[in-house]
Design a protein around this ligand. Structure first.
Ligand code: SF4
Length: 234
């Protein structure tokens, strides 16, 4: 993809990008998707698969063990990997994920004697992140998803779409990994705009700034983008 003159991102350019995307995609409101522990287990199931596959796996798990409140996850902790694995097979890597889910539940129960994660919302963001990151198989993306989607905290999850779009926009360098991008992007965005910006960038990556053929001619932030392929004819 041809590159225009490279500019460092500024607060002004980020707010211009935000304005362009919010005008194009419309208002975004936050409400919790699941409680904290359910969001954490669901997000583990989304690792290396689509949300759709993960939703099917999560629903089977919840239905089978009749999970209605955080303490019910004890039934999954008490189950064997062999019992859990077939229930979550649609989410892929089911043996690894079944063991990971049990390891997470065990560590939570040993540390906090509970699966209720609502205490995280009372902590400073960095402390809440540290506590989740300590859990087995829980990296920066899973941490940011749980804090953002379950508790409305200003953590910025970076998935494959956001990683690609923000690189094209020059908000991060081509060398910045997805794991490094969480903190970098989070610091650039006003806390109250972190969640809608996450939603806008992911939607933009799915609808217009596609991996193979970005639809730059239709892009509402094309003038802000150093990677645009749109050629204006005189
Ligand atoms: S101009 Fe093209 S590459 Fe840049 S953000 Fe828009 S769709 Fe993506």
């Amino acid at each position: 993809m041809p590159s225009r003159t490279k500019k460092l991102p500024t607060t002004k350019s980020i707010s211009t990008i935000y304005d362009g995307l919010s005008t194009y995609y419309g208002p975004v409101s936050w409400e919790p998707r699941y409680d904290g522990i359910s969001e954490l287990i669901f997000t583990v199931l989304t690792q290396h698969t689509s949300d759709r596959n993960a939703e099917r796996a999560f629903q089977r798990l919840v239905d089978y063990f009749r999970i209605a409140r955080s303490h019910d996850w004890m039934k999954v902790l008490e189950a064997t990997v062999e019992q859990i694995e077939p229930l979550i097979r649609s989410g892929g890597l089911s043996n690894i994920k079944a063991k990971r889910i049990k390891d997470i539940l065990l560590q939570l129960f040993q540390k906090y004697d509970s699966f209720d994660l609502s205490f995280l919302a009372e902590l400073p963001l960095s402390e809440a992140k540290r506590k989740l990151n300590e859990l087995p198989g829980v990296g920066p993306k899973t941490t940011a998803v749980v804090l953002s989607f379950a508790f409305g905290m200003p953590a910025f999850p970076v998935d494959t779409h956001i990683h690609r779009v923000t690189k094209r926009l020059g908000l991060i360098t081509k060398q910045t990994s997805a794991d490094q991008a969480h903190d970098k992007l989070e610091k650039m965005i006003e806390p109250q705009l972190v969640f809608p910006m996450h939603v806008y960038l992911i939607t933009h990556g799915r609808q217009l700034c596609k991996a193979r053929k970005p639809l730059c001619h239709a892009c509402p932030i094309e003038t802000q983008c150093p990677s645009s392929t749109h050629i204006v004819k005189n």
